[in-house]
Design a protein around this ligand. Structure first.
Ligand code: FA5
Length: 342
């Protein structure tokens, strides 16, 4: 019997090279396969040979099963490689010669991150702290703490996305005001809060569903609108490095009083009207205003003693202006040829 196994073992060695997987399965592992028959014969093996016989037979079975598993794994790896990786900057299925050279693929920072770094550098030199905003938040920080009680009609101005559990994707970085007042108080407080915002938008050349804002807060004794204007003018002129026509116009935010919008003359059409400025000649850059007393109180700051201002500037729009990009959607297209220009 043992002799017979030795013969079969040699046959298996040859078949592992010559037969394909279905043939191997049929010949050795199927119900009428060789190994099944040999397992049935175990009852006829002499008692003193039974252990060796069973062990050898099991080893042969494992060898065949491993061969089958290896081959299946190889097959699924080949299939995986055929799948398209939409994040790869080339088609993984294209021949090696057609792929860009590895040195052409070296990473670089995204234009938005380049602009964010530049802006944060300016604020740091002006003495501001930096705290990044959250990408998921709650009703209290999105609305209640900002003086939007439940049912307030201005909630509709910030149409954003909600999870089934009641969390919210922040529609603006003002969601961080309450946290910043508490964390950096008591005044003086100088902090900027950069972060991603999300809105349920019909997108166009200057509106995206996802964009960056940089919130700023300045609170101290005797802070006025004059300080706000000076700070905003200072960081904008350092950042833009060019003279732009700036206009301040009235706006409405429940969390500031008074409220202002900073708009600039469209540098793309010189105020004639184009798709970037929505044919108005002006691009809205930021909302700002004096922080509402209710917001200060909710952040643990006494509005009788302190006053302050806040702003929320859109980084994507600033990037368009500084880099001469005419459509905001280009920033998130993931088009490598576009991104390589920066
Ligand atoms: C706000 O988001 C207020 N939280 C700003 C604020 C902060 C006011 C602190 C007062 C005090 P608004 O919705 O206007 O305001 O957005 C501010 C800026 O974000 C806009 O001027 C614009 O530059 C940018 N922005 C807004 N929506 C979009 C969008 N869909 N795509 C790209 N940028 C946007």
């Amino acid at each position: 019997m043992i002799k017979e196994l030795e013969k079969i073992s040699l046959e298996i060695e040859k078949d592992l090279k010559d037969l394909d997987i279905p043939q191997l399965k049929k010949k050795y592992l199927s119900k009428d396969g060789t190994l099944q028959k040999l397992f049935k014969n175990i009852k006829d093996v002499k008692p003193n040979q039974k252990a060796e016989y069973g062990k050898t037979l099991n080893t042969l079975k494992v060898i065949i099963e491993e061969k089958i598993n290896d081959s299946q794994r190889e097959k699924s790896e080949v299939e995986d490689n055929k799948k398209i990786d939409s994040t790869a900057p080339f088609d993984i299925n294209s021949s090696k010669e057609k792929r860009p050279h590895i040195l052409d693929l070296k990473g670089s920072s995204h234009p938005l991150m380049q602009e964010l770094d530049k802006m944060l550098d300016i604020f740091q030199r002006m003495g501001f702290n930096i705290l990044e905003s959250r990408q998921i938040d709650d009703d209290f920080h999105m609305f209640e703490s900002l003086n939007f009680p439940k049912g307030h009609p201005a909630r509709d101005m910030y149409d954003t996305f909600w999870t089934e559990e009641g969390f919210v994707l922040p529609a603006h970085t003002s969601t961080m005001q309450n946290r910043a007042l508490r964390r950096f108080g008591p005044p003086p407080i100088r902090v900027v809060l950069p972060g991603r915002c999300f809105r349920n938008e019909a997108t166009d050349a200057s509106h995206e569903h996802t964009f960056y804002q940089i919130e700023g807060i300045y609170v101290d004794k005797g802070v006025s609108m004059g300080h706000m204007q000076a700070v905003i003018k200072e960081y904008l002129s350092q950042y833009l490095e060019t003279e732009l026509e700036v206009k301040m116009q009235p706006a409405y935010f429940p969390f500031t009083e008074p409220d202002i919008e900073f708009v600039i003359g469209c540098p793309f059409c010189k105020k004639v009207g184009c798709c970037v400025c929505g044919y108005t000649g002006w691009i809205e850059l930021m909302g700002c205003g004096m922080i509402h007393p209710n917001v200060l109180s909710s952040g643990g700051i006494d509005p009788q003693e302190y006053s302050g201002f806040a702003w929320g500037v859109g980084l994507d729009r600033l990037t368009l202006i500084r880099k001469g990009i005419k459509d905001i959607r280009k920033l998130r297209d993931g088009d490598i040829n576009f991104l390589r220009q920066f």
